[in-house]
Ligand binder design. Sequence first.
Ligand code: PMP
Length: 422
Amino acid sequence: AEQAAAPLAVLGRDVRVPLVTGGEVTYAALDYAASAPALQRVWDDVAAYAPYYGSVHRGAGYLSQLSTELFEQSRHAVAEFLGCREGDQVVFTRATTDSLNLLSAALPEGARVFVFETEHHASLLPWRRHDVTYLDAPRSPEQAVATLESALHGAPAGPKLVCVTGASNVTGEVWPVRELARAAHRHGARIVLDAAQLAPHRPVHLDELEVDWVAFSGHKLYAPFGAGVLAGRADWLRDAEPYLAGGGASRRVARRNDGGIDVEWHTNAARHEAGSPNVIGAYALASACRALSEAGFETLVAREEELLARLRAGLAEVPEVSVLSLFGEGADQVGVLSFVVDGWNSSHFAAALSAEHGIGVRDGLFCAHPLLRTLLGQDGDTPGECGAPEAAPGERSLNAIRVSFGAGTPDEHVDRFVSAVR
Ligand code: PMP
């Protein structure tokens, strides 16, 4: 009954944490963009399945067969959630970083990759083994499309891949994914969507967004159990060397007459899933996908917009606060917002929010150093995540504070945050 009332209820809402000032308070989790809490429903599903856990694709016993069945059903549920097309593959990975590294390993010989410098390091860095064109930070969604168009226009023939993030993990701004996909395809390139921050907030359908692949993480999608996904076109994945060599990826292994070893690899998703799969992670991720689909994104989007408006209005009353934005006023944004406070080192500010108010946010450069440098208007080297020097009074911090939320966030968390910032 409780689930029916709150299909997207999350765990951890009544966790108490100590304050340095004495006493304790209910924890305000405002760091969903790093890892979101588990949905109650996901936890219930995992708990119900746990006693029946068995090895996947590796046992004759009943529980092993059951686990194999549930693992493959989870793959179907994810495919449905993502609007996969006929022939698309869903590969279970550890998380988005793993998914994008897998795709990088599967690119054909001579592939050229196009990526904006504003990307999270997980979508910026895996391509370095290929020929990469880094695109300058656009200042509007339209400029993003124009920048990509002109880069692809002059590109030589051959396999090409564009990698783009659907929603920024720093500004929360939504990128024009379908327009970028159309631009890529017009120039014979393929596109992979980093949906780590988009999928928890908006529907992500491969067919509607017209992307070739999508990557995301369970732990940001209310299923923190160690699984992620790379889903999309099968051909490059099928033709590539397995991401990991080992059992599960190989169909037949035999000694040759000359003493060597011949291997016949699987051609389906198993090709890139060597080793014993994380069935609980996959099951939990599928459970979150089902819960989000059943609840529908409309209510969640409306609720996040309400919270964002509340947050923005509160922060607007603090003149020392500057909100970071690439696309400027009116940009479409998910429940992620970053800012700096004049005269404050963001790390000390975030530590005080935790110690004095029981509020969990993130501080630093958010694994997006080039983007932070652009947003903070710095020249030269960006300091490391932990090495940001103190900002003098009246000066901007060299790192930032990020607040992020989603399903189950009550008004009180945003209100407490705003009053703490004040
Ligand atoms: N892309 C984006 C946009 C992200 O925000 C993150 C996580 N911060 C990642 C990729 C990497 O995700 P994971 O750490 O789950 O691999």
